[in-house]
Design a protein around this ligand. Sequence first.
Ligand SMILES: [Zn+2]
Length: 227
Amino acid sequence: MASTKKVELNKSQNVELELPCIKCLGKTTHNVMVSVDVQGEETDRDWSFQWCDDYQIVECGGCKTKSFRNVSSNSEDYHQISETEAEYDELELLYPSRLKGRKTLESEDHCLPTKIRGIYKETLGALNNNSPVLAGIGLRVLIETICKEKNAAGNNLYKKIDDLVVKQILTPVGASILHKIRTLGNGAAHEIIPHSEKQLGLAMDVVEHVLNDVYIIPTKVEAEFGA
Ligand SMILES: [Zn+2]
């Protein structure tokens, strides 16, 4: 068995890629600043296997944020697009990981109580790292923590969410959406049914809205107008 490996520096330098940005909303054009492109081949009589692994430091053309991209493929992973043609499957990993189209509260999260900020960051991490079960549980814990922090009355989460409406922290519409997330967290924890990225994204939108209304806006108003 023989194997060869070739490492090339900056082969994909200045290549432009459409990638989701960490800060900007949606996909933006990223430029490859530096790259290390590795290619290899393993051969054994009538058998051969080729692979490539590209490592790139990329920069968003909009906000200039730098991040890291790794894309790999090999001669075994492909899908047939016609009888005679095949396309190689590429695995793309981005660090820090990100979800396209999600603008987070991270730039204002210093307004959140420490405990809530920690859970929010972990939940966001789970959401961005394709961990739907953990993201569902995180969302539920976030709601539970908001209820506790606001001294919501009731012996279960259902009643506590409703009490946030009585306390005028939540609108009835907001409460009905939180009830959906409450059972969503239940499903993830007890039956291990991961929810889709879209469902979790919507649930996170609602929770972020609540965090914004309950903590971030009042803190900013207080700083601007005084208590
Ligand atoms: Zn950007």
